[in-house]
Design a protein around this ligand. Structure first.
Ligand code: ATP
Ligand code: FE
Length: 347
């Protein structure tokens, strides 16, 4: 099977062609960072317009790179939610148009399922496995037992970790995206200099919280500024190091608990924050101690892309899913239908 994947749920316009033997024939990602830079966040209206303008070009380029025509494919997978509705609609409408013209079946994919199934695109990981999704917009533990069998074990009750990294960078005057800046500056820092909180560690379960940690960094910064009139380079480094270690420690401990709740031979991560070395090392240790393998897909497949959507579409198609012209675009779409509405899903 060969599938086209279409992704447009946030600020990346993406198209990909993927085969069911795990070959990625093409994966095009057109970011919108520059378009939103002046606004301090993703502007839904601008995002929707950019998706509408660029989606068909991305699809064309993906097909050209794969050396295939639409009629050579077996299906079209498209992100049908959750996300910014204007973007999701652009993708779903395009998929319907392409399907109407070619007679190919459509498979509507949950964006989070795309992230959660990525370990099976990069490696032959058997079900079940534990997935930690850590990005700019999401943070949750999922036990993955099949292409549509997800159990949410816990997640953030406020900010996502990537969001916290970005806000900490902002309040320390470091460039965006905050994750890489904070990680860089933290290299020369002493993580023990400031006593930062470890939110929710004293509470049972796998839920997380990052907004208090961010506020604690803000308070420390203000104290330093009041006391010495500004921040020294070393202060910044120490705050970044302390913050980063706190995030890693909390995520590691909650991951340990998640693995105890849902034992699995593989612990996998996805999302941009999974690029963080301190976090990776901490998670590797947790996995090893639980007798599990640790799997972190390459960064380009950890962040938003359409290859993961094509793959999730292939898996869903294999298990019988077919959608029609009535496929709906859904701004909210919890993966685990039994769980309470997703928290921390927005930015
Ligand atoms: P989502 O896909 O959940 O809607 P998103 O598109 O913002 O959210 P990603 O593209 O997966 O998320 O990841 C971007 C986030 O990852 C940013 O918040 C960024 O700061 C963070 N990030 C990137 N690299 C690092 C790093 N080395 N350490 C920590 N965080 C990082
Ligand atoms: Fe995403």
């Amino acid at each position: 099977l060969t599938f086209l994947g279409i992704e447009s749920s946030c600020d990346d316009t993406a198209a990909a062609v993927v085969r069911d033997d795990r070959t990625i024939l093409a994966s095009i990602v057109a970011g919108q960072t520059a378009l939103h830079a002046d606004f301090g966040g993703v502007v839904p209206e601008i995002a929707a317009r950019a998706h509408a303008e660029k989606l068909d070009l991305c699809v064309e380029e993906a097909l050209t790179q794969a050396g295939l025509r639409l009629t050579d494919l077996d299906g079209i997978a498209v992100t049908a939610g959750p996300g910014l509705i204007g973007g999701v609609l652009s993708g779903v409408m395009l998929a319907k148009g392409l399907a109407a013209g070619s007679g190919l079946p459509i498979v509507g994919v949950n964006h989070l399922a795309g992230h959660a199934l990525t370990p099976r695109l990069t490696d032959a990981v058997p079900y079940p496995y534990l997935m930690l999704l850590v990005s700019g917009g999401h943070c949750q533990f999922l036990s993955v037992a099949g292409p549509d069998q997800f159990t949410r074990l816990g997640g953030t009750i406020d900010d996502a970790p990537g969001e916290a990294f970005d806000k900490v960078a902002k309040l320390l005057g470091l460039p965006q995206p905050g994750g890489p800046s904070v990680e860089n500056v933290a290299r020369s820092g002493d993580a023990r200099r400031f006593a930062l909180p470890r939110p929710l560690l004293d509470r049972p379960g796998c839920d997380l919280s990052f907004s208090g940690l961010k506020t604690a960094v803000l308070r420390q910064r203000d104290e330093l500024v009041t006391a010495q009139g500004g921040l020294h380079e070393q202060d910044r480094a120490d705050l970044c190091a302390g913050f980063q270690v706190a995030v890693a420690e909390v995520l590691a401990e909650k991951t340990r608990r998640a693995l105890a709740l849902a034992p699995a031979p593989v612990l996998a991560v996805a999302g941009g924050v999974a690029a963080n070395e301190t976090l990776r090392t901490a998670l590797q240790t947790v996995a090893t101690n639980a007798g599990a393998a640790f799997l972190a897909p390459p960064l380009r497949l950890c962040t938003d892309n359409a290859a993961m959507i094509a793959w999730a579409g292939i898996e869903a198609f294999h298990s019988g899913q077919r959608d029609g012209m009535d496929l709906a675009a859904r701004p909210r779409w919890p993966l685990d239908q039994n769980a309470a509405p997703m928290l921390g899903a927005g930015k």
